[in-house]
Structure formats: structure tokens, C-alpha cells
Design a protein around this ligand. Structure first.
Ligand SMILES: [Zn+2]
Length: 91
């Protein structure tokens, strides 16, 4: 069944977490699916939701979030989550 609503922030965070933890900078951090999900949920809990129901709104919100300032802000929350999860993961 097709979901009728989307959290634009979730889409962005899920994509960026995948990119960041597969990058050189975070090779020492665990990238198993449990840690990845922990990083995603921790990041999302520290960022506002942007739920939309239409593709048009989705595009507009995405454009609004895709500024240098906003990218830096979202990136910082994700990096913080990577460090927190890395510190507390038991494996
Ligand atoms: Zn792990």
C-alpha cells in the first residue's frame, strides 16, 4: 500500500546517513544496520519533521532545506548522532 505522506527530513537524513557512514571520515564507526538505524532515529529526534502529502510541497520543502546553512545544520546533527551511537554501541 502506498504511503500518502512523507517526512522530507526523514528522506534527507536517511540518504545522508548512508553517504556519511560509508565515507572515509567515518570508517572507524560501525555501519551495521542496527547502528545505522540508531543514527537515523537519533538524528531525526533532534530535527524538526516536515511532513507533506503532495509532490509539489515535497519539492518546495526540499529546496528550502537544501541551502548551505540548512545543510550544515542537518549535517551537524547527523555527525553528532554518529559519534553518540559510536560511543555507546556494544559491538
Ligand atoms: Zn553496529
Amino acid at each position: 500500500m502506498e504511503r500518502q505522506y512523507t517526512n522530507v527530513m526523514e528522506e534527507i537524513v536517511v540518504t545522508w546517513v548512508k553517504v556519511l557512514i560509508s565515507g572515509m571520515e567515518y570508517q572507524t564507526f560501525c555501519s551495521c544496520s542496527k547502528c545505522k538505524n540508531d543514527i537515523i532515529t537519533l538524528s531525526l529526534n533532534n530535527l524538526p519533521n516536515y511532513y507533506v502529502t503532495t509532490e509539489e510541497r515535497r519539492k518546495r520543502i526540499f529546496e528550502n532545506l537544501n541551502t548551505e546553512e540548512n545543510r550544515k545544520w542537518i549535517n551537524n546533527r547527523i555527525i553528532n548522532a554518529i559519534h553518540v551511537v559510536g560511543q555507546y554501541s556494544k559491538h
